[in-house]
Design a protein around this ligand. Structure first.
Ligand SMILES: *Cc1c(COP(=O)(O)O)cnc(C)c1O
Length: 426
């Protein structure tokens, strides 16, 4: 049976772990830092990367490997690497390509944490970058690329602005510029959108969000599409001998898995931000129902968006599948449904937004998004607080904007809650 042809629902349940005769059916939590071998040579071969296997849980672990294999299957990649957070996935996916003196280009509509990492922290490490407006003309965007530009980065569905990535436009730009296209697919998840099928080369996730889906575990993952040709002269770190790995070349030794092997044996070896087995177990449990949850998150969010749009106390609503939304056509083209995140602005500005949030009873105020419970957040005073007013606007954050993460409760109860809160505003 060709498992690569399974539907996404089947992969979410079945892929990643195939127990042998008599072994546990459910992925066990291998809570061990270390692994026993009979001879020195076997461990030497592991260190030489000549054979697959585990030697130390900073670099790989059987439980985490199950999650990695499943996520690679869901996204359609050749390999994956799980990390301790989405932030470490964003950091390592860049460091694996860029070093001091290099430059990259990113869309300006990004999660606040990624924005800070790119604009400030990586710059302090000597990695320069330029933000581009996703709506700018192609010629203008191409001007942001320099001879030392090494990659293009964007979010498939931006947090919190829910802007849908124009994959055809940006994958063509990355191709023309000879750089890989990295896409953060946290919000749609592979159930609603698979970036590798639309020209992305590498996909990352904060698994803290829908992948786990129950708000139990912070984590991240990088999936390598295996499609990018690193041999165009721009990426010596992947093609030339690595002195820290006794002179092996990743592309020569590992072919189309060069990127993901390098991220593990060089960056995770040195930075040590690997996912823990316990978190991988919980995250993998979440993945088993991802397809069901994403359907309900999406249908609830669309119904709530339509309700809010019709309410006189609401100034504006943004949800990609609303007919009125500027992203409607892109969403129809690239996504199976709209996901569970929407934003809206109540009439009365920032002050009204805060009062409205305080009167909600089912929807809770949480610094989180994308789990089973409905929650609300005010990005201007929370996640995007560290950004200047101008940078907030660039990231799509207006002062009155409330982000709703729509859960999987009954839609009537969710709507009733927003209805009573809006009515109480008078
Ligand atoms: C939350 C988030 C991140 C960061 O992930 P953490 O797991 O919180 O470190 C990155 N990208 C997006 C789109 C996110 O929503």
């Amino acid at each position: 049976m060709d498992k690569t042809r399974w539907n996404i629902e089947t992969k979410a349940v079945q892929c990643g772990f195939t127990p042998k005769n008599g072994e546990p059916r459910v992925t066990p939590i291998v809570q061990s830092t270390t692994y026993k071998y009979d001879t020195c040579k076997e461990i030497a071969d592991l260190f030489d990367l000549k054979v697959p296997g585990h030697m130390y849980s900073r670099i790989s672990n059987p439980t985490v490997e199950v999650l990695e294999n499943k996520m690679a299957a869901l996204e359609g990649g050749v390999g994956a690497l799980a990390l301790s957070s989405g932030q470490s996935a964003s950091t390592v996916c860049i460091l694996n390509i860029c070093e001091a003196g290099d430059h990259f280009v990113a869309l300006s509509t990004l999660y606040g944490g990624t924005f800070n990492l790119f604009k400030h922290t990586l710059k302090k490490m000597g990695i320069d970058m330029t933000f581009v407006d996703p709506g700018a003309p192609v010629d203008e965007i191409k001007k942001a690329f320099k001879p030392n530009t090494k990659l293009l980065f964007g979010e498939s569905l931006s947090n919190p602005g829910t802007q849908v990535l124009d994959f055809d436009k940006f994958s063509a730009i990355a191709k023309a510029m000879g750089v890989p296209f990295i896409v953060d697919n946290t919000f749609p998840t592979p159930c609603l959108c698979r970036p590798l099928e639309h020209g992305a080369d590498i996909v990352i996730h904060s698994t803290t969000k829908y992948t786990d889906g129950h708000a139990t575990s912070v984590g991240g993952i990088i999936v390598d599409g295996g499609s990018f040709d690193w041999n165009n002269g721009k990426f010596p770190g992947l093609t030339e001998p690595d002195e820290s790995y006794h002179g092996l070349s990743y592309t020569e030794t590992f072919g189309n898995q060069a990127y993901i092997v390098k991220a593990r044996v060089q960056w995770i070896r040195d930075l040590g931000c690997y996912m823990s087995p316990q978190n991988a177990f919980l995250t993998n449990k979440g993945l088993e129902t991802l397809h069901l949850r994403m359907e309900r998150h999406s249908s609830n969010a669309l119904a709530l968006a339509e309700f809010l749009e019709s309410h006189p106390g609401v100034d504006w609503v943004k949800y990609p599948l609303l007919k009125s939304d500027a992203n409607h056509d892109l969403c129809k083209k690239y996504m199976k449904a709209g996901s569970g995140v929407l934003t809206f602005g109540p009439k009365g500005g920032r002050d009204a937004a805060e009062r409205l949030m305080n009167s909600l009873q089912l929807a809770e105020i949480v610094v989180h998004v994308a789990d089973v419970r409905t929650g609300v957040l005010h990005p201007a005073s929370m996640t995007h607080r560290q950004l200047s007013d101008a940078d907030q606007i660039k990231a799509g954050v207006l002062p009155e904007l409330i982000r709703i993460t729509v859960g999987i409760e009954h839609i009537d109860d969710i709507i009733a809650d927003f209805s009573q809160a809006l009515d109480s505003m008078g």
